[in-house]
Every structure is written in C-alpha cells, then in structure tokens.
Design a binder for this molecule. Sequence first.
Ligand code: XIL
Length: 300
Amino acid sequence: ASTLGAQAAQSGRYFGAAVAAGKLGDTTYTGILDREFNSVTPENEMKWDATERTRNSFTFGSADQIVNRATTRGQRLRGHTLVWHSQLPSWVSSITDANTLRGVMNNHITTVANRYKGRIHSWDVVNEAFADGGSGQHRPSVFQNLLGDGFIEQAFRTARSADPAAKLCYNDYNIENWNDAKTQGVYRMVRDFKARGVPIDCVGLQAHFGAGGPPSNFQTTLSSFAALGVDVQITELDIAQAPASAFTNTVRACMNVARCTGITVWGIRDSDSWRSGENPLLFDRNGNKKAAYQAALTAM
Ligand code: XIL
C-alpha cells in the first residue's frame, strides 16, 4: 500500500498521529492527516486542564472537534488521557482530603469517558504514574499521595464501567528498555492486574526516542508485556533527527509482535512537534515526506 494507514491495515494494525484542534484549519496538515493516518490521538484536548478546568464544569469543544472529524472519516481514536499528574488544574492538585479526591477522580473519568462512549478505540486511563530512576515505584502526585498505590486500579475500574467497549491502556515513557527498573515496575503492575482481574487491556509505550532510536531489547519489552495477555501500542513516537534506521527498527519491533496493534507518531510535520527543534517526525515543515517516512512505510 502507498500510505502508512493502509499499509498498517494490511496486518490489522493502525498507524496514527497526535492531532491538535487548532491546526484543523490548515489544509496541508489535514491533507496529510487524512491521506496517511487511520488513527488520531488528541494531543492536548482531552487532558484534565482542557476538559475540567474548574470543578464539575466540563468543556469539550476542541475534543469534540477532533472526535467528530475523525469519526466522520472512519479514523480510530485514542483517548488521551484521563488521569495524569501533569496538565492538571491546580484545584485538583491542591485537594488534601482523600475522599474528596477519590470522588473528583471518579467523576472526571466517568464524565469524560461517558461523553465519548463507544467512539474511543483505546483510552490512556492513567499516564506516567511511575517514577524515573531505579525505584520501580509510583511517582509522587496528588493521586498517589492521597489515595496510595490503589489509585491506578480505581481509575481502571471506573473507566471500564464508563465505557466497557474501549480498550483500557496504561501509558508511560522510558518503559521501552526491558532492563530499566521503571519498565519492570510497570510490568509487575500489569502482571498483578491480570492476576487479580483488574480491567486492563493494553500498555502504551510512548517511545520518545533520542537519535539512537529504540533500545536493542525493545522487541523483548513488547513481547514480554504481550505475554501477560495485553495488547501493546506505540503511542507517541518521535525520534531526535528522525534517522531512517531508527524508524525502521521501531516499526519492525512492533510488526514482529502479534499483539503490537498500532503505532502513533506524536505529530505530523516537524513544525507540529512538541520537540520541533529536533525534527523528530515523518514529514518536514513543508509537509514533504522525509527519509524516515519511507523507512516506516517499508518496515510494515
Ligand atoms: C505534550 C504535548 O505534545 C504538548 O503540546 C504539551 O504542551 C505538553 O504535552 N507525554 C504525553 C503527552 O503523554 O501528553 C505529552 O504531550 C508529551 C509527553
């Protein structure tokens, strides 16, 4: 096939991009989006600070724009994200009572997931809850500090009730190297959830790579998570300077793992990237295909 989405579909996978509502009026942008990608992740529009900036007052305008547009075009949607310590309004992070926070978290999950019920392929239910470094434990956050380790399980149970058809993912960065303590910490959590029947369907590996691309054991990481009985997805791929070989290695690792069901790049053109100074994406500032694009396409 001649596009990323169509080529991925040949093996039952998707190829997606993070999309910003503010760029949907740019016809170069939407031209590439609709030609190449069959999945969309709202880059910021579903985050807590966008959807519930003040308590129990929900705003869905820009998320709706992306969802309605993708739904019309038959593109899948990844929901991103329900519970995250970042882009979190200060009214949440300043809560000091556990029961209050539990109610607030459950209400947020239920309201956002319910609005898009039946239209989200996969939800990043909890994002980036594990600490960097060697601890293998959760990072401090208002959720962790007040609710303890169980906040992640609580979030997944609430999300399942709100949208039973969506695949529920745990999503994080720096969990691509099988030898890292952070990877092992997430692995133990997923193993525990599966053993106890906590509803989890997928692990999202963000894959924000340096110029060296994925670690050599990346495929081992993907297959090890998959062996627990979850899908794996590459959810936010970008690679400093976008070497073609690094994209080849990343895409090949996914193709080699049956339960690696899709890849999302974190933006369309280099100029759209949150790391724009590193030119980490598949299209240049003018919307032209880069060598990395051809590498990704031919690796599928
Ligand atoms: C980034 C967005 O790309 C930026 O526009 C925003 O300013 C900050 O967040 N991990 C995630 C994403 O899960 O939500 C982040 O997206 C990048 C890192």
